[in-house]
Design a protein around this ligand. Sequence first.
Ligand code: PEP
Length: 259
Amino acid sequence: MENTLRKYFIAGNWKMNKSTTDAEDLIKSIVSEIGKQIDVTVAVCPPFTSLDTVSRIVENTNVLLGAQNMYPEINGAFTGEISPDMLRSLFCTYVILGHSERRAYFNETDEFINLKVRSALENNIKPILCVGETIEERDAGNTMNIVERHVVKGLAGVSNDFAENLVIAYEPVWAIGTGKTATPEMAQEVHHQIRRLLSNQFGEAIAAKIRILYGGSMKPANASELLDQPDIDGGLIGGAALESISFNKLVEIAIQKSA
Ligand code: PEP
């Protein structure tokens, strides 16, 4: 990256893992080792059930809190859903939106994800918008079209006033939880295209400040080369975020590159 406009960002997506007790143990190990560092933005996104516990432990540290999903309305008859206000009351800074698992298993459309992105921004929560192609889409030569659709539709109607609070995560679906990683060159090509799309919508100066994370089997063994790419500004980490040893190592790699 080597870009003074964008600090590296390492975010952990714990998905539907960790009991409250296990979440407490994990966040304590993370905070004790990297809770004071200031060179890299670090966030953890536990399940809803552990947000409160984790929030209390990260208070007064440099580890930020994120949620894994959100409903776009502020309150009302939406059984089982969680609003931006509720997330803010737990001191969430970020929310992951449009993760491929939500698109695939919960039929989330670009239009619905866009409502959530705009609601998050308007309610002072920074969205991490996930975009990325399936293996069938890549094999058919459709990667750029799919990513363009996810970005353009996901960000429709977002004004320049809010754009700097956006984070995009490029997550090729075929690389998530599979051990297969995009090569640094493959990932960079897509990240570059995403930045071009951001530039079309918000202008070059704002696009240069928006962080684009890579996600898909990122781990200490492959992070360095990925983070060396000019448009890769960090990682959204699934499996390797479930153990403090690997997550903290990823943060340390990013710290070294920031020096
Ligand atoms: C994810 O689902 O956001 C992810 C990147 O998972 P993994 O690191 O396990 O591939």
